[in-house]
Design a protein around this ligand. Structure first.
Ligand code: G1P
Length: 291
């Protein structure tokens, strides 16, 4: 069955970025010139997704506005003949892509957020994208690569990458068999308990059977309903594979990762890249002379 729906859990408080996130969603923080959520949405659209389902909470209106029409702005740009900008704001979403929003009323974790999307997803396979994980790739996006696997292997797919052993406590960790099927998955294990160093990155293609398992799992790590725990049950009855995608992942849920993403994507930017890189290299050599 075709995957045309993607769930974006965007209800988190973003406390690591306070005060920036006091009144605006963390998913609207910009990397170079685009909000984080737009990177994830573009990756989903490239992979063939047509229905974007955002699981939101209070103070997230800016996300809805960002993907909606802005008549006043468009009128203004048109009057001033700023047609390139007009085209850019009008084409944030292609005309055949729809948005739907559902509220997560309590902060009960990622698993609970995904469960909130159940009435909108229905009985279909779907993708989940966490905007905190920005994945840059010059060829095809991470979700596109996973879709290929999904259609070829006809099973759910979870993106993974190697992490240092000391960091296993920040991720879902998977143990795989030789054919990449997942044998075990644990949420945020301490390094000594981790079954491997293959960490789950925020891209999933799941089958709808996950929903009834999410309803059953109860609270797990951090007192939250964890998607990982439901996946751990799903693999008892279904094959799921771990997919080490091509591309660089930036952890934009963390200040340092967010700054690195801005730095690296600014260096690669067509318009800004060269001047920015020149500025940085001059600034660095000045700094090392003064040290
Ligand atoms: C979530 C998942 C975790 C995964 C991570 C990827 O954790 O629960 O399994 O490894 O995303 O970014 P969070 O970062 O929301 O704590």
């Amino acid at each position: 069955m075709k995957v045309t729906k993607a769930v974006f859990p965007v209800a988190g408080l973003g406390t690591r970025f306070l005060p920036a996130t006091k009144a605006s969603p963390k998913e609207m923080l910009t990397v170079v010139d685009k909000p984080l959520i737009q990177y994830a949405v573009e990756e989903a659209i490239e992979a063939g997704i047509k229905d974007l389902i955002f699981v939101t909470s209070t103070h997230k209106r800016a996300i809805e506005d960002h993907f909606d029409k802005n008549f006043e702005l468009e009128y203004n740009l048109e009057q001033k003949n700023k047609l390139e900008m007009l085209e850019m704001v009008q084409n944030i979403l292609p005309p055949d892509v729809n948005c739907a929003y559902v509220r997560q009323k309590e902060a009960l974790g990622l698993g609970h957020a995904v469960l909130c999307a159940k009435p909108l997803v229905g009985n279909e396979p779907f993708a989940v994208l966490l905007a905190d994980d920005l994945i840059s790739n010059s060829d095809s996006g991470a979700l596109s690569q996973m879709m290929k696997q999904y259609y070829y292997q006809k099973c759910g797919v979870i993106a993974v990458q190697e992490v240092p052993k000391k960091d296993t406590g920040s991720y879902g960790i998977v143990k795989t068999r030789a054919d990449k099927s997942i044998e075990a998955i644990v949420e945020k294990p301490a390094p000594e308990k981790a079954p491997s160093t293959q960490a789950v990155v925020g891209r999933y293609i799941l089958t709808p059977e996950i929903f009834s398992l999410l309803e059953q799992v109860g609270k797990g790590a951090g007192g939250e309903i964890q998607l990982t725990d439901a996946i751990a049950r799903l693999i008892d009855s279904q094959r799921l594979i771990a997919y080490p995608f091509q591309g660089k992942r930036y952890d934009c849920g963390d200040k340092l990762g967010f700054l690195i993403a801005n730095f690296e994507l600014a260096c690669k930017d067509k318009a800004l890249g060269q001047s920015f890189a020149e500025y940085v290299s001059k600034a660095m050599s000045k700094q090392s002379q003064s040290n």
